[in-house]
Design a protein around this ligand. Structure first.
Ligand code: TYM
Length: 335
């Protein structure tokens, strides 16, 4: 039974369409590791509202994220799948964790610094305390492993710090201390238009990212227009971030080591690298896109999976919250 297995948990923000960065940095690894763990995957819509969202669009993307998990190969019979706002215990635990997290710690988070700088004035408090909600997501389920891309590592380190702090205050076994899993390749896919910046769902330049629902044609165009570097030689070089990015994408998709890929391009042009990369991306994204579209037409099926997942998650989350409330002196809902 799954209960003998350790718990793996991860999530994606439905703040826009998912990208191949989300796929290679996160989702692909969830699929790969899922059979060895008791899995919990969800769509973090409470995180998404830390920046302004269109309500109808947010709802659509929230379901689409779950449909994409399934389309990419997550097994609906084994994993617990739900939408974050369906399990109110996440927001409940986040409040408690806010009371044990320091302003200095939150202010040091790179993602907060980047996002708040873009926001200018009127920075929502939710953007600042975002990592405590993420810590709550993880600590509610006694999670052992959190597979994410490089950019989330700092948030998981903070989660560990908060958990260790509270275990020291209220008992060593209060929270499970989670480990992070960062894939050896694909952990940081870069923008196709500015390859020194991370590929991001929220990039206003649609050519910077391949979305998991782009058509084959759009994918080919975007990869072929990818910004490469001066020179002609295909090398995995610090000074060639554009070429490096395409090689990383290929390596993450095929599992082939970078030196093997580079050797095969000896004497070839950037154009060859782009065409090959485009075809590999089309091959990977096409079936996910088509299956996601089919699933999105079957809302009844998605709702059934989500209702079952939310119920399972709530039972588990409530058990952890009861232990926490007893330890810190909060009266539980049932006394
Ligand atoms: P989000 O929605 O920004 O990204 C989802 C996942 O995709 C990874 N990722 C990337 N990997 C490689 N290259 C990229 N360019 C790239 N862009 C994104 C992210 O590292 C992440 O794994 N705070 C999280 C969501 C979250 C979460 C959690 C994750 C909320 N609660 C609990 C794990 C556990 C986020 O905003 O991810």
């Amino acid at each position: 039974m799954t209960s003998a297995k350790k718990t793996m948990l991860s999530a994606i923000q439905p703040s826009n369409r998912l990208t191949i960065g989300n796929y290679l940095g996160a989702l692909k690894n969830w699929v790969k590791l899922q059979h060895d763990y008791d899995c919990i995957f969800f769509s973090v819509n409470l995180h998404a509202i830390t920046v302004r969202q269109d309500p109808a669009e947010l709802k659509e993307q929230t379901y689409r994220a779950i449909a994409t998990y399934l389309a990419a190969g997550i097994n609906a019979d084994e994993a617990t799948l739900f939408i974050q706002s369906q399990v109110p215990e996440h927001a409940e635990l986040a409040w408690v964790l806010n009371c044990f997290t320091y302003m200095g710690e939150l202010g040091r988070m790179t993602q907060y610094k980047d996002k708040s700088a873009k926001q200018g004035q009127n920075i929502p408090a939710g953007l600042f305390s975002y990592p405590t909600l993420m810590a709550a997501d993880i600590l509610l389920y006694r999670t052992h492993l959190v597979p994410v891309g490089e950019d989330q590592k700092q948030h998981i380190e903070l989660t560990r710090d908060i958990a260790i702090r509270m275990n020291n205050l209220f008992g060593k076994d209060l929270f499970q201390i989670p480990e992070v899993y960062i894939p050896p390749v694909g952990a940081r896919i870069m923008s196709l238009q500015a390859p020194t910046s991370k590929m991001s769902k929220s990039d206003t330049d649609v050519n910077a990212s391949v979305y998991l629902n782009d058509t084959d044609d759009q994918i080919r165009k975007k990869v072929k227009r990818a910004v490469t570097d001066s020179g002609t030689e295909i090398a995995y070089d610090e000074e060639k971030p554009g070429v490096r990015n395409l090689l990383n994408i290929q390596s993450a998709l095929t599992g082939k080591p970078i030196p093997e890929l580079v050797a095969a391009y000896a004497g070839k042009q950037y154009g060859h690298l782009k065409v090959d990369t485009a075809e590999l991306v089309v091959e990977a994204v096409g079936p996910i896109r088509n299956r996601t579209d089919e699933l999105m037409k079957d809302h009844g099926y998605l709702e059934k999976i989500l209702a079952k997942g939310a119920e399972r998650a709530r039972t588990r989350a409530r058990t952890q919250l009861k232990i926490l409330y007893d330890r810190i002196g909060l009266v539980n809902p049932n006394g």
